[in-house]
Design a protein around this ligand. Sequence first.
Ligand code: C2O
Ligand code: CU
Length: 488
Amino acid sequence: MPPFRPAFTRRAILAGGAAILAAPLVGCSQSTVPVAGAPPAGRLRETRIGGQAITLTAQEHPLTLGGRSGATPTWLYGEELFPVLRLKRDESLEVTLQNQLSEHTSIHWHGVRVPNAMDGVPYVTQMPVKPGENFTYRFTPPGSGTYFFHPHCNTSVQLGRGLSGVLIVEDGDPQYDDDVVVVLKDWRLAEDGSFLPFLTAEGAGRSGTYGTLRTVNGMVAPEIVVPPEALVRLRLLNLDSTRVGDIGFQGADASLLAVDGNLLAPQPLENWRLGPGMRIDVAVLTPAAGGRVSLVDFFAAEPVILATFVAAGAPPRREVTEFEDRIAFSEPDLSGELRQLRLSASAVPTDYAGLAPIVLPDGSTIDLLDSLCSTSRTMWAIDGKPWPQNGHEHLPPPLLDLKRGQSVQIELVNTTPHLHPMHLHGHIFKVLSSSKLQRPLHWADTVLVMPEERVQIAFVADNPGNWMIHCHIIEHQDTGMMAWFRVT
Ligand code: C2O
Ligand code: CU
């Protein structure tokens, strides 16, 4: 069990912060964005892209991870793990994906309510970006938040090899003394640094295949220097394909600020069950210089220290301003009927032959999926329907056909003995209630459904297009627990 921590409320944050300081803050956000050279120890390189076009080259690049004897043939956007792109709210993004991999790929902007044509799902929102080809993503994120991006076919392999990055849309609040991105990801590595199989029959049919090396920002238990006696914002992202953590802190009070990038009234954080695809933003009051704060996963019997924040340097001197609680989503109308979606195991392939082809946002129509985007083994289903199996490569019919502006209430019913972090594209939903895991009312794009649990969510279908709904345990996604819905 984690130790008891006193409540760390909104009032406490403001009072605690205010006690620290005096003069206005000068450019604290710049400090986390190095211009050149290596990023500070334990941190990822960050790039400010507001209004400025950039290229991400998907490529194989050897890296040594976790002190393995040989290099690991990672797949990266560029030459470093997890590029962090930062925008300010209302700034536009223009990213050209250049594919130098040996297979097709795309970029999905997880959690961002993008126009459908920018959602990066091969055969559902765009054609795959083949080796040697480019595709340019252009949109203005509609709200602030902590997001990430990754490919969307053969994801076990592509994400398993590291292909992913972080997108931060800042809410423009200057009240933090530091802002640290913390990416959790395990790696399926042999002793010589080569990759072990990403998808195994035993793993895919159960809770997924776990990595052999746990990292934070690509490092094993890194130490990350933060200012002392300061209010620090940590953005925690679970980019692992499999592992669910109970994430908490030792050595400092922490307050939950946002779930999946969506601000909520700050509340004390004990620990948060963070499944693949999920994110939380946390404020931590750091100790005096020399003090240490541990980021801990309490999920297993033995808690695991994932990273340590070391307070060093001079305390900041500045004014703390109010939090801006900004929930800019349409409130769903909860008077309608509740639609159940059952998450289940499946052995029966469905024959989708003879269905009408779907029309992509660019007007092209597609009929058949290829082997990277269909599964060779169906193990899971949503509502009894698995994503197509090889040999049945027609896209299945939409799970839901929704009218634009319609409120939708869904009960996710987990009939399996495994956890499923369920993710919806293009929309943010309100998590209304759940039968097992306690959680505050919050907005999310991914919600963990515990074994045998029922979770009720609701949203307004306000973004037209073809959108995915799937489990973010990638082996479940890649073996059938995937569907799509249409908003017209
Ligand atoms: Cu993060 Cu459909 O995915
Ligand atoms: Cu699952």
